[in-house]
Design a protein around this ligand. Structure first.
Ligand code: NAD
Length: 474
């Protein structure tokens, strides 16, 4: 049976009746058929979002908080269904899918709290001739475009703050992984969300839908998580109507290990930062930069840990590495590795595409990678670690910052001064110091440079959906 799109709280087929298939990346088998939302469907969603948003903006903050809390509870009750759905459509090991349910859902809990704390300010004008009152108003209808790597969390980081702020949302999930969002549609309905406030439109017509909605006067904001080229395109398209935008784009995270680092802690953090989600994470460690005096030991231990990774179907017990999302992505990763090897890199483990079925690529470690190899400059987005060395910490930091991206960086040292130096000098929106896992609903997630702008989570996250109003009081 075809899964239908959500236009508000109604599930309907696409206006032209078209569908597309969703496959299991571990087997290549078709697991579901989904209605393929059209541009007309997107315009209907916007039509419904406008009055729903106007009414929602007038609700009491506590009412908005209560809805988000109810959604949080219902996702928790259906955690098993969410986790299995994610593993089936995206491939990640089931334990990691449960982790994403907890993490993704934490945004509903966090923004339920923020909904009742939207700030403002009141001061006496310096001239003494009146008062300055600053309030916040919801920005209005939001288009949220999300990638396939975290099918739940990448969307909840947008939906929860938008609803907390008082905005309606049209969600366009990635066509590879639409099922998790369609399941969220059930939860939103069960939680009692007003009709029209959130629509969920899986579609293969991503470019047409976003271009049409962004050209429509009623849309006020685009929030995007995905690749930098698409982000740049959307920013260009947003210019004509001066739309508010938030861009969570690609990364090329360095992982800097000083000579005095605690290697047990470093190895555990390295496996988290590299292998979480099979490396298909925008904050995944892309480049390990290690003090030359400890590089051999680090490489041996990282190689052993990567050797111990168990590749398989995410639903199978014991699997610690699932498949890559598509053949195209798998081939892209293989090409980056082959290119580095051709230029002189050494493979200490992995490096060979296994026989099918499924889009698997093994846990791989590369050393002696030439400085100009593509793999050091492009986002790997897969289970491949590169290890390079530095002679001085300054050199390590310089290499770390030698990238057009600036999403996450990691630094490791047991010395407080060195750790502070790394925290201050690693150029990224987020810096993990002696930590390999940094995501937290209570913290502002986002990048600088080609990794984009805007923040998700924290007290900053709701600001993306608010505009500032100044009232001059006489
Ligand atoms: P992608 O940019 O190809 O696709 C992301 C989304 O954009 C999908 O929903 C897709 O349908 C849509 N899209 C694609 N082309 C479009 C167009 N022309 N107009 C409108 N929408 C379009 O990225 P991907 O391959 O799905 O995801 C991987 C990328 O996402 C990586 O670069 C990764 O770093 C990035 N990412 C960033 C973050 C972050 O928070 N910074 C988080 C996760 C992933």
């Amino acid at each position: 049976m075809t899964r239908q799109i959500w236009l508000g709280t109604s599930q309907v087929p696409a206006s032209d009746g078209a569908t597309f298939e969703v496959t299991d990346p571990a087997t290549g088998e078709v697991i579901d058929t989904v209605a393929d939302a059209t541009v007309a469907d997107a315009l209907t969603a916007l039509e419904r979002a406008v009055p729903a948003g106007e009414a929602w903006a007038q609700t009491a903050p506590q009412q908005r908080a209560d809805l988000l809390t109810r959604v949080f509870e219902l996702i928790g009750e259906r955690a098993d269904e969410f986790a299995r759905t994610m593993t089936r459509e995206m491939g990640k090991p089931l334990a990691e899918a449960f982790g994403e349910v907890t993490y993704g859902n934490s945004y509903f809990r966090w923004f339920a709290g923020e909904a009742v704390r939207i700030p403002g300010r009141f001061t006496t004008a310096p001239g003494g001739n009146g008062h300055i009152l600053v309030t916040r108003a919801p920005v209005g209808p939001v288009l949220a475009i999300t990638p396939w790597n975290f099918p739940l969390a990448m969307a909840t980081r947008k939906i929860a703050p938008a609803l907390a702020a008082g905005c309606p949302v049209i969600v366009k999930p990635a066509a590879e992984t639409p099922l998790t969002m369609l399941l969220l549609g059930e939860v939103l309905k069960d939680a009692g969300i007003p009709d029209g406030l959130v629509s969920i439109l899986p579609s293969t017509h991503d470019a047409e839908i976003s271009a049409t909605l962004m050209a429509d006067d009623r849309l006020r904001k685009v929030t995007f998580t995905g690749s930098s080229p698409v982000g740049r395109l959307l920013v260009r398209q947003s210019a004509d109507r001066l739309l508010r935008t938030s861009m969570e784009l690609g990364g090329n995270a360095p992982f800097v290990v000083a000579a005095d680092a605690d290697l047990d802690l470093v190895l555990a953090a390295a496996m988290q930062a590299k292998m979480r989600n099979g490396g298909e994470a925008c904050i995944a460690a892309n480049r390990f930069l290690v003090d030359e005096t400890i590089a051999a030991e680090f490489t041996d231990r990282l190689t052993a840990a990567m050797d111990a990774v168990v590749m398989g179907h995410g639903l199978d017990e014991g699997t610690t590495l699932g498949p890559v999302i598509t053949v195209k992505q798998r081939d892209r990763i293989a090409a980056l590795v082959d290119d580095a090897v051709a230029a002189g890199a050494t493979v200490t483990t992995g490096g060979e595409v296994p026989a099918g079925p499924g889009n698997f690529y093994p846990a791989t470690v590369l050393t002696d990678v030439p400085a100009d190899a593509r793999i050091l400059h492009e986002e790997i987005f897969g289970p491949v670690a590169t290890v390079s060395t530095f002679a001085t910490l300054d050199e390590g930091v310089r290499l770390a910052n030698d990238t057009e991206f600036g999403l996450a960086s990691y630094g490791f040292s047991t010395d407080a001064t060195t750790a502070q130096y790394l925290a201050a000098h690693l150029a990224a929106g987020m810096v993990g110091i002696n930590r390999g896992a940094i995501s937290d609903a209570a913290a502002p997630f986002g990048g600088i440079k080609q990794s984009g702008f805007g923040r998700e989570g924290g007290v900053e996250g709701v600001e993306e959906y608010l505009e500032t109003r100044y009232i001059a009081l006489g």
